[in-house]
Design a protein around this ligand. Sequence first.
Ligand code: IPE
Ligand code: IPE
Ligand code: MG
Length: 242
Amino acid sequence: MPQHVAIIMDGNGRWAQQQGKLRTFGHKAGVDSVRASVRYARKNGIKALTLFAFSSENWKRPKEEVKILMQLFNLVLSSEVKKLNKNNIRLKVIGDLSAFDKKLVEKIHKAEALTEQNTSLTLNIAANYGGRWDIVNAAKNIVQSINDGIMTSEDINEESFHQHTCMSALPPLDLMIRTGGDHRVSNFLLWQCAYAEFYFCETLWPDFNEQKFDEAVIDFCQRQRRFGQTGEQIAPEKQGQA
Ligand code: IPE
Ligand code: IPE
Ligand code: MG
């Protein structure tokens, strides 16, 4: 089983448009797929699930769509937090929260505080998140730590840098799923995806469900992760086999 899975939940707009409906109808329908994914992750012992809900570039969308996405985020936060807590799920929001409405930020912090001690699954919602922002933010925090005398420039290495990026306390990213048929990262977890396995599927996000999630995990389980080594080093018993 992968310990940490991330999903680029793409295809809401096209799903709605295929039915002659407004794009925002697809965003609303996508909430059910979020629920199904969380359920699947919890049932199958995945320790962390990171969902891309709104990218730092999504502000470029039509104002009305951005507004509805923010409202939906707000609404879902209100309606789901109790259930998450009851299911022993820890909620985290990753991304640049400074762009959000103060009340929304307060609500986020409250939800995080309420669920902080939960241990079954960590659910990270990436909102106003960008992989480049994450890396630049880590660099800024390091400069701050140096200025505060907590570390020196000699202490900068991959491990200490990693400690300043989002989700550094969680298991490394094992599997990155993207729905909606496109084969790109769209500025998601750039630092964290260094050795993640990628899984792309045509399914549009509102059609994603526990079975589709399972198909991705089964595919993941059949792969050999070599981390730079040879296949023989990883599985010596298979040496010499075709
Ligand atoms: C993903 O679906 C959801 C967000 C980016 C918020 P899209 O809205 O990108 O749907 P498509 O890709 O246009 O179909
Ligand atoms: C990525 O989807 C962001 C989210 C799923 C939140 P986009 O639809 O924004 O990605 P691009 O623009 O097609 O690369
Ligand atoms: Mg899209």
